[in-house]
Design a protein around this ligand. Structure first.
Ligand code: AMP
Ligand code: GLY
Length: 438
């Protein structure tokens, strides 16, 4: 079977490995923005180009007689790559453009949740001018968040208390967005713990993945600027230490209701991964946002323990025959840590050599923003490589990931606290306090 993977980051490296583990032994092809040495090593064919160039992707797929496509990042999906491939009878895991609005417009998602009476909604308003902004800020008191409506690479969200310290600062940010011709949403600030609950979808049926917690801030103790995600963990029971089984069911129910709503609204099947970003609060599970793809690094956590044939799973997704049986996960805990260039995300060092030769378990090393040159591997400015520890408990998995990442040489940094007992106990304590406050 000939399979095409679009994208070339660590998330796609994890997807590529999941395909290669299939007993069906596929020929893997990759269309990436750059060469990922890990994906290249296990690919039959590899090309680089603009991953939103639909004609180039289609041509590469046709030339290589591709029978199934998996799209990693959001940009090609938002550009309509799934529409293009299906028009040419090439099955694609990754939903059509119109359905990507769950990720590409925060206002669209908030409206959808209200329109279909889906649980997990919060107070919000959509704006395209300053009219009414101040009144709404007053209504929300000091608990507000201002978000650019569209894709902003994680940089469009500013939270009161963290990034905005007065109504004046909030209004200034709103004016900035208006000047950039960006619509925006203001919503209530939630207090609690965030988690990611991703589901495979065939348009009607969902198969849920284990819950994962990401760490967006650059430095230990959740300090510093927001990043693409510095690391993640998941637990052996597929819950998280601060979540109950009921919390997870609430999140799964919200994902299912959203897929049903999208089908009702557009008459189109959502074929791909729905990634719910949730917050558990004193009032239950609330939706922060949706992504229309696998999370990065979340994909590394869940795919590392996927116990099913990934090709069979993808075929069930595109054929509309998905059940939870297609997505079985081992009862093991995982911790993923990213090494990023010193100075990331604001002023990362670039074109510096790194050395990964001491890594013990190369199967759990994932390449991201790296360039393989004649004299070795170079970091090129974004999250560089990730390692995953897998064990019976989060703490054991953390020790494995931490030991491995410390073996990487070069001007890199990582968060030592992700998955540690100290940090997790802090989160559990916080949630206990919040729940008792009810
Ligand atoms: P988003 O791009 O919507 O995921 O937002 C990025 C980050 O901003 C989230 O991961 C949260 O940490 C934070 N955030 C977004 N919306 C809210 C909210 N309503 N309340 C509290 N924090 C939020
Ligand atoms: N882990 C955050 C993201 O993939 O958007």
């Amino acid at each position: 079977m000939n399979i095409l993977l679009i994208g070339s980051g660590a998330r796609e490296h994890a997807i590529a490995r999941a395909f290669k583990r299939s007993p069906q032994n596929p020929n893997l092809f990759c269309f990436g923005a750059n060469v990922n040495p890990g994906i290249k090593d296990i690919s039959t064919g590899y090309t680089t180009g603009k991953i939103t160039d639909l004609e180039a992707i289609l041509n590469f797929a046709l030339t290589n007689k591709i029978e199934l496509v998996f799209v990693g990042p959001e940009a090609p999906l938002a550009a309509g790559v799934a529409d293009k491939l299906w028009e040419n009878n090439i099955p694609c895991v990754g939903q059509k453009q119109i359905l990507c609005q769950v990720e590409t417009s925060k206002g669209f998602t908030r409206d959808l949740i209200i329109e279909y009476n889906i649980p997990g909604s919060i107070k919000y308003k959509r704006f395209n001018s300053l009219e009414g902004v101040e009144d709404f800020l007053i209504e929300l008191e000091e608990l507000y968040v201002v978000k650019a409506d569209g894709l902003a690479n994680g940089k469009g969200v500013k939270v009161a208390g963290d990034h905005l310290h007065s109504h004046l600062e909030a209004l200034t940010y709103c004016q900035e967005l208006i000047t950039e011709k960006s619509n925006f949403v203001i919503e209530e600030k939630l207090i609690g713990q965030e988690f990611s609950l991703m589901s495979f979808c065939d348009g009607t049926n969902l198969a849920h993945m284990p819950a994962v917690q990401d760490h967006k801030r650059a430095f230990a103790n959740d300090e510093g600027p927001n990043t693409g995600g510095m690391g993640t963990y998941s637990d052996a029971n597929h819950l998280l230490p601060f979540l109950t089984a009921e919390d997870i069911i609430q999140a799964q129910t919200i994902n299912q209701a959203t897929i049903n709503a999208l089908k009702n609204k557009f008459g189109e099947d959502y074929v791909g991964v729905l990634y719910g970003g949730f917050m558990i609060t004193k009032n239950g599970v609330k939706l922060i946002e949706y992504n229309a793809r696998f999370g990065d690094p979340e994909a590394m956590n869940v795919l590392a323990i996927l116990d099913s044939d990934f090709i069979e799973l993808c075929q069930a997704i595109v054929n509309g025959t998905l059940t939870q049986e297609h997505a079985k996960f081992k009862n093991l805990a995982t911790v993923c840590k990213y090494a990023a260039p010193i100075g990331y995300p604001d002023n990362p060092v670039k074109n510096q050599k790194i050395d990964i030769s001491n890594i013990q378990n190369k199967e759990q090393l994932y390449f991201a923003s790296v360039d393989e040159r004649e004299d070795g591997l170079y970091e090129i400015g974004s999250r560089t490589v990730a390692v995953v520890g897998i064990a019976q408990t989060i703490y054991e998995a953390e020790k494995i990931a931490e030991a491995e990442i410390n073996k990487i040489k070069g001007p890199l940094f990582h968060r030592k606290d992700i998955g540690t007992k100290e940090l997790i106990e802090k989160r559990v304590k916080m949630m206990k306090r919040i729940r008792n406050d009810r």
